[in-house]
Ligand binder design. Sequence first.
Ligand code: GLY
Length: 340
Amino acid sequence: MIRVPVAVGGGRDYEVLVGSGARHRLVEVLPHGIGRAAIVTQPGIDVGVDTGVEHETFLMPTGESAKRLETVEDLCRGFARFGLTRADVVVAVGGGVVTDTAGFAAAVWHRGVPVVHVATTLLAQVDAAIGGKTGVNLPEGKNLVGAFWQPAAVLCDTEVLATLPPREYRSGCGEMAKYAFLGVDRLRDLPLDEAVAACVACKAAIVAGDERESPASVGGRAILNYGHTLAHALETVGSYDLRHGEAVGIGLVFAAELAARLGRIDDARVAEHRATVVAYDLPVSLPPRIDTGQVVAAMGRDKKATGGGLTFVLDGPRGVEVVRGVARADVEAALGAVAS
Ligand code: GLY
């Protein structure tokens, strides 16, 4: 089992356990002295966990649309009926939709109860379950309501990844591809456990340096959104048949094309982005007939954009960083370079 520390300070440091069978370590990572457990999961997630204490299971709906405020209300009303207290724990068992939503419910129930994530998808293991971002979507955009609420521990059981549908697995690869440009070397050569742990360690270091994504920072937590500005816009405006990681794959290539237009990287580095995304079997082009105006408007509403204008996370001579005030003409040209 690989143990990756996440040093967020304030007595909230925790470990991420990565490896085959990690889900069986739940009892040893639960906070000491907890009384009962509320397990939050979804129908179809066939990953049993043993909490070692009295527990009740709360099922939330499936799909990205389940990540909404009504689900948080339903969960909290369930916690009320169960009598969950601050001496108890929420255990989220699932992918990013479950860890984001259950994590947010844990953050607001009784103004905060401990949560442990048992991440069952590649995407949750390398990104969503790590670092304490929790939240839900609004019709106006993804993750607009949420809280920073660090888990007490995260279990990344690589054994359960073998049961993922291929497209779901590939979606996680979109997040892995991102880490290849955030300093994780030779990621594709590593065995799966080590690759997941390397991504977790990369994210842990970034989160430790800027837990709350300071808006003033150019090289802080916001760089974890590399490839995500376009990806979130595509997920918000269109009913395109795109998984999150697929949208991130296109977003990475778009970001490289934009960085090249701005003179930040050369053609060889753009080609490296394309090759990495292709190697993970992810798309590098936009879906057909996208409404460019809508997509650019959605990118303008991105949470990174603090002072108006278009803000992106872009590669460059100092590595990946936040770049503000990008001209619309350059954005449109870069969109043209990834048109289908
Ligand atoms: N998924 C980006 C972050 O956790 O900051």
